[in-house]
Design a protein around this ligand. Structure first.
Ligand SMILES: NC(=O)c1ccc[n+]([C@@H]2O[C@H](COP(=O)([O-])OP(=O)(O)OC[C@H]3O[C@@H](n4cnc5c(N)ncnc54)[C@H](OP(=O)(O)O)[C@@H]3O)[C@@H](O)[C@H]2O)c1
Length: 329
């Protein structure tokens, strides 16, 4: 069952503590020391809690962590000593991902619900914050939608939902976290936008507009939070092998260009988090190809892009499965 877990005993909530944290075993300056599982030590600082990515975050929240990029990030982060809160709409998938993370040693809580509903983001943040807000919040929730057939308009309901989830919902969540993290004097917010923010997709125009809005919002939030101890990472990926990519139906079922496996995408994002970067665009060659394409006259560009057009399987805009109470935490 996926239920709320107690926050347990925390050694520190500092993402990158410059001072010695609680240690175990004798500490001798400059000598090797023994540390608890999940902690690394050595030198004068004693033991520091670290993952294999060198990330010191212990309390992590992932919106849209049930599948796709969010779930791959959760799997890569799951380790003994970590508390991971997941949120998404479909309880069954959340439950399966939560079980996987627990097998890897993490404490997991999850919330099944639509985070784009007014007040839902703040509610979730309130529930998982209790003593302290998450040290790392990853906003990976997203909904893809676009042109269902060549020459057909995008249904209004699709455009509205796409903007509600990818832009309004993501902003509400980032705002709710920013307030709490600022009070705590620390935190890191990761927003997953898209390369479509830089180079809009004609077959998914509302999606591209939502992502452009999110990228702009991330830049504004970064400036707003400067000096507060809270940092922002904006991620703009190209195609990644997830359900979103599967919704894009290309002519003659050609594979999407320069598509990246989901585990590789997660790895790149975590490396950028560990390095303290403020922006990550990948794959680089896709960004470069788009920049070159943009330099061409519009007619040439349209001709070259013809092969890249797709239709979209919009699927159900609401989850097929009703949220079940056991996953609420
Ligand atoms: N895959 C790509 O090619 C690609 C490229 C560029 C950017 N991105 C972006 O990367 C992010 C992750 O995408 P992905 O490829 O991993 O997509 P995905 O496999 O479709 O996963 C989306 C996640 O968001 C959750 N979600 C959707 N609507 C929600 C809502 N209203 N409230 C709460 N959770 C919600 C989904 O769970 P439920 O359905 O159960 O709610 C799922 O966990 C998205 O923002 C996406 O736009 C993806």
């Amino acid at each position: 069952m996926c239920v709320a877990t107690s926050t347990g005993k925390r050694a520190s909530v500092q993402p990158s503590p410059p001072w010695p944290i609680a240690s175990w075993g004798p500490i001798r300056r400059g000598s090797s020391i023994r540390c608890r599982p999940g902690w690394r030590g050595g030198g004068p600082w004693g033991c520091r809690w670290m993952s294999e990515h060198g990330l010191p975050y212990r309390k992590i929240a992932i919106a849209g962590g049930s599948r796709g990029i969010g779930a791959a990030l959760a799997r890569a982060l799951a380790a003994p000593g970590r508390q991971i809160a997941l949120a998404a709409r479909v309880a069954g998938q959340l439950e399966r991902t939560a079980q996987d993370l627990r097998r890897r040693g993490a404490e997991v809580s999850c919330r099944a619900g639509d985070l784009s509903r007014p007040g839902a983001a703040a509610d979730w943040l309130q529930a998982i914050s209790r003593d302290n807000p998450p040290e790392l919040l990853i906003i990976a929730m997203g909904l893809f939608g676009g042109r269902p057939a060549a020459g057909q308009p995008v249904p209004e309901a699709v455009s509205r939902r796409v903007i509600e989830v990818n832009l309004t919902g993501a902003i509400a969540l980032a705002e709710a976290a920013a307030v709490r993290m600022r009070q705590a004097g620390q935190g890191r917010i990761v927003l997953i936008s898209s390369l479509a923010a830089r180079d809009p997709l004609p077959d998914a125009a509302a999606y591209s507009a939502a992502k452009a809005g999110l990228s702009n919002y991330a830049a504004a939030l970064r400036t707003e939070l400067a000096g507060s101890g809270v940092s922002v990472l904006l991620v703009e990926p190209g195609h990644v092998e997830t359900r979103q990519a599967a919704q894009q139906v290309t002519q003659e079922a050609k594979p999407l260009p320069m598509i990246v496996p989901v585990e590789q995408a997660a790895e790149r994002i975590l490396r950028a988090v560990a390095r303290g970067r403020s922006r990550l665009v990948f794959p680089r060659r896709a960004a470069l190809a788009l920049a070159l394409l943009n330099a061409l006259p519009r007619r040439w560009r349209a001709a070259l892009m013809r092969d890249q057009r797709f239709t979209v399987d919009n699927g159900p805009l609401q989850p097929e499965e009703a949220p079940r109470p056991p996953c609420n935490g």
